[in-house]
Each structure stands twice: as C-alpha cells, then as structure tokens.
Design a protein around this ligand. Sequence first.
Ligand SMILES: Cc1cc2nc3c(=O)[nH]c(=O)nc-3n(C[C@H](O)[C@H](O)[C@H](O)COP(=O)(O)OP(=O)(O)OC[C@H]3O[C@@H](n4cnc5c(N)ncnc54)[C@H](O)[C@@H]3O)c2cc1C
Length: 414
Amino acid sequence: MQSRPTSDEAIHILGAGLSGLSAGTILAKAGREVHVHEIRNDSGARFDGDFQGIENWTSGTNLFKEMQEWGLDPDAFKSTIFSEVDLVHPDDVVTKPLTGPDGAFRIVERGTDEHCIDQGFKRMALEAGVNIHYGMKKSPEECHIIAAGPKDSSAIAFGEVFETTHENITVFQLNDKLAPGAYSYLIVIDGIGLICTCLWRKQKKSGRYLNETIAWYEGHYELNRKPIKRVGGKGDFSLPNKYVHGGRWYVGEAGGLQDFMWGFGMRYAITSGVFAAQDILGGESYEKQVRKHLLPLVKASAINRWLMNRVGDRGFKKVANYWMKDQAKKGDGLLFMKWLYKPGLFRRCLWPFVRLGMLRRKKLKDGRKVLRMPFRPALKRDTWSPSRRAIEIGKQWDEHRKSGGATSFTESDQ
Ligand SMILES: Cc1cc2nc3c(=O)[nH]c(=O)nc-3n(C[C@H](O)[C@H](O)[C@H](O)COP(=O)(O)OP(=O)(O)OC[C@H]3O[C@@H](n4cnc5c(N)ncnc54)[C@H](O)[C@@H]3O)c2cc1C
C-alpha cells in the first residue's frame, strides 16, 4: 500500500507542464506546501506556440465542465471551439464531420505567451500558492509526483506556424504519404495558421514531409502563408505496470497516459494530475482511478493504433467513408469518435494481438516495467521524390531560418 506524504510535508513535483501544474494547483488549494521543479525557463517552453486540440470524445463530460468541478478555471487561457472540421480523405475528397454546440474540440495555444494554456495553468498554480522553480534540475527521487512528460519517441509531430489571411478553420487529413501512418492538420485562428504533419513511422528527414504537406495545403486553401517558425515534438506511448511506484505518482505522459491513436494527451495529463492530487489529499487511490477511468481509453487507443498500423490509404479511406455514413445516420460526427474509444468486446478480443504485435517490454531506470510502442521503421513507400513546390517551400524556410526564423524542434530532438 502506498504511503501518502503527511499533511505537514512539502510536496515536490517534477515538471511544470499541464499534469504537474494541475496536480500542484489542487494540492495548494487544499492548503499544502507545493514545489514544482521545471527544467526549462517557463511553462509551455517545450511547445513554443503551436495549436493543440482538447478533445471532447473520450468522456461523456466536457473537460471544461470537469475542470470547473475540480476548481480549475477553463477561462484562464484562450480556447476556440470548433464544431466542424474539413476531413480530407486520402484521395483528396473533402467531407465535413459536424458536432453539437459543445464542439468536437477546443483549440488552445501551447507556449509562453499570456493567452496560452500553459500560462493559464501557471497563473492558476501561482494564485493557489504553488512555488514554481524554473530552470531547475531536481532528481526524480526527491519528488512525490513525476510529471516530466515524454522520455522516448514513439512518434513525432512537426509543423510550421505562419501568418495567413485565411478565416478560422480546422482541417484534418488522413494521408499515409504526407503523414506516414497518421494524419496532418491545418488550424487557422485569428490570422495565425499551423500546418502540422504527424509521423508514426520514423523518417530520416522529417522536414521533407512537412514541406510536402504545406505544398498540399497551399494547393487547396488560399492561405497567403508567411512563415514565422517551425515547431514540433515527440510522443511517448507506453503502458506501465504501475502508476504509483517507489513512493511516486506518475502523471501525464511520464505515466504513459497518452493517446496511441492520435496523440491527444492533454486531457489525460490534466485529469491524471487531478487524480494524483486527490489521492495524496486522502481521496480515492490514484492507481484505481487511472485503471478505471483512463487506462481503458488508452488501451482502446492502442488497439486502434495497431489496426491503423496495418492499413494504408485504402484503409484510411474506408475509415473516412464509415465516419461520414455514421454521421448521416446519427446526425452527429462526434459519435463515431466516441465509439472509437469504447473498449467493447471486439477491441478487447484484439488486445492479445496488440500486446504481442505492437508493444515491447522495457524496464525503465526507475524500476517500472512498461509495454512500449517503439517508433516504427520507415516503409518502402515512404521514399518518394518531392514536388517542385515542396522543394521551393524548403528553400523558403531555409532563407527564413537564416534571417532569424526559429525552429524549436529538430531531427536530433526525436
Ligand atoms: C507537436 C505536438 C502536438 C500535440 N498535439 C496535441 C493535441 O492536439 N491535443 C492533445 O491533447 N495533445 C497533443 N499533444 C500531446 C500533449 O502535448 C501532451 O500529451 C501533454 O502536453 C502532456 O502533458 P504532460 O504534463 O504529461 O507533459 P509536458 O506538457 O511535456 O510537461 C512536462 C514538463 O516537464 C518538464 N521536464 C522534463 N524533464 C524534466 C526534468 N528532468 N526536470 C524538470 N522538468 C522536466 C518539461 O520541460 C515540461 O515542461 C501534442 C504533442 C506534441 C509534441
């Protein structure tokens, strides 16, 4: 049985991302002394201005309502609801999944600007009385909650932020060439755009996938794109045998709580931070909460990922068609996404194949055993000649970089 820190003991948290700050805020609000140790100079510095979506499909309750119930303020940062998205099929057909007024997701910005979600969580933590120590190295052994994000790469996302004259829009593209094994997306909010491609198979030169993806979007949307910077990051997909281990609570991606299928890990990060804090305060066990509420979703996403790894564009096309048929029948595109995350008998029967076929056993330095999804190797079909426009876009970026355009993610970060 896990011994909780006593009520007069200061609580130390490693990492001032969403999971660490949500745990810290709940604990400090309950009167506990909390110290968060962050290796970077600010919260959100890991992401530097990219847009991310907080999904609305893994739970019957909207996360923003849940946040209010937990005492976290969803208005502490800017978020934009989208109730429709352009879904681009692999053969470039565009259809429109639609949802109710709560939206399919809310887009937030990650980074160090005032309106970013990371800064909103930082403000909430500081107001609650959390002591945040930036630019600090602290050993995990000295911390109660480990919230230090991903360690290894199982997949990466790589994008460009740009100025644009296009109206607000989100576009989600299933395309195995531009985004090997995954998807790309375009998000425009108030004159700033992001085009991002996700790579679920490891490539030598990720930049060429981004250039080709940008070329595709430019050819289909009037963007008048002016590059600002390139951003990206990695995702770590693993299932640990324990969520509380060696006297420490592992939350967010450090605890393997990530969405294997699309990489929507923010909701798990916030929720797990709250669950860990509730446990430390004497509430329900974190291990139990995670196993009851989050693990079934993570497992369903791993099964979906295993299925996605078996198909290419033809399979993606079938998924897109099925999604639209389901929407036509039920009148709500979100129901298909919700169905994808329901464990169900069919998915449960596939689990042994997923375990054997996709996950590898690994023992981590801290003694936890995980079933980890390795970064899959490239396939033959991932080698193709870039288009003329993609080459121009690559050159345009090189020029922009030389004149000060920042890249916060490079090949060596993978
Ligand atoms: C490019 C990209 C796009 C994404 N898009 C989406 C999306 O659209 N929707 C979504 O829901 N999710 C998305 N995700 C995933 C989501 O960002 C993460 O799952 C989520 O941020 C995880 O939160 P966390 O608190 O676990 O980790 P993080 O947010 O990574 O926070 C961990 C913190 O710990 C710090 N840290 C690391 N090591 C140490 C150390 N040794 N000591 C002290 N501090 C340390 C880091 O600097 C960081 O600030 C995306 C991820 C990437 C990379």
